[in-house]
Write a protein that binds this ligand. Sequence first.
Ligand code: PLP
Length: 424
Amino acid sequence: MTPEEILAGDRAHVWHPYATLPPGSPPYVVDSAQGVRLRLADGRELVDGMSSWWAAIHGYRHPVLDAAVVDQLGRMSHVMFGGLTHEPAVRLARTLVELTPAGLEHVFLADSGSVSVEVAVKMCLQYQRAVGRPERRRLGTWRGGYHGDTFHPMSVCDPEGGMHHLWGDVLPRQVFAPVPPGGFDDEPDPAYLAALTDTVRRHADELAAVIVEPVVQGAGGMRFHHPGYLRALREVTREHGILLIFDEIATGFGRTGRMFAAEHAGVTPDVLCVGKALTGGYLTLAATLCAPEVAEGISAGGVLAHGPTFMGNPLACAVANASLDLLRAGDWAAEVARVGAGLRAGLEPLRAAPGVADVRVLGAIGVVQLDHEVDLPRATAAAVAQGVWLRPFRDLVYAMPPYVTDDADVARIAAGIAAAVEAG
Ligand code: PLP
């Protein structure tokens, strides 16, 4: 198909994320991707500032990851997981247990981040029923979060400013505390801490679990917060028999400078969701891990009632194994710190630019917050003109590049952000 035919077909038939049909502005036609570059059908090459939404941490067409998929294809691409098991899934479960904070022992392989959150919620509701507290059905969280697009995840996104405010009258009513104040380096606010723990205590009899994104709130606003808030949540939830879920779908596998963001706080949740970078961005796979107490509680009451058709897909597990081996074999922490330092150097000067409200960097994540809503098509086009792929949203222009992005390309991404800020 010619690029024009692709665009015409796209306009006629294809839904895009958070889009009308046809979309408000046409997408860019991408032909291939290699290293940290996307190649458009018109021949332009763009340095990818987005890692395909946090996922492609090793870049594209990595020979080790390509080989893992090809090798697995030669054995089997998929088999059902009911009644069958296989080495790629078992190896992956073992690696996840090793890598994640100590105390998480059991792994449910889901097929997307949203599903892994659904499974986490289901685990917590089933656990509370199994231990004789069926009235504990609600979830607690703080505002400003994003946990996915299916119904339980939507119910714990911010009901007012968030991406799912349309659904306020349909979603289960959850318990919300305000957004944690300050940034990553700002000491926890004692008044907020008291209000947060008080909210949890007041609703203890109806809360099955508290769910949060640790340290970085992603699609809900790209905010960073002090790990002390997580320690407070760990204590108060444990005190009241409420389970704690950390959603590390965006933050997991090194993005914040620690393998998992929970490590900044030194706490282990009862349930942990991972996805996105799990397969290095190659295939759709996510996982929900839980502590033995949760698994034992559920199993005493019966089966965990979930079983997707593509659960434990061997191709996805094989490439996840290769991606995690690659991550562990390299000095990922140094790479993340280097990318972060480059983003900081490139973005700090933007603090003085007109319309900029804040600049923040953590791990390999760089964010410029504006004092107004970004004009998405204009901002994107300005970055593309600089040879950079970005996807700004609301008042945010930001990047989380692949860890393998070299210094010159990190500087280019920062220049792309500057151009998007100026245009947007
Ligand atoms: N949770 C978090 C923190 C996310 O950032 C996302 C996706 O952006 C999700 C859940 C949902 O994951 P998926 O898009 O794979 O369903």
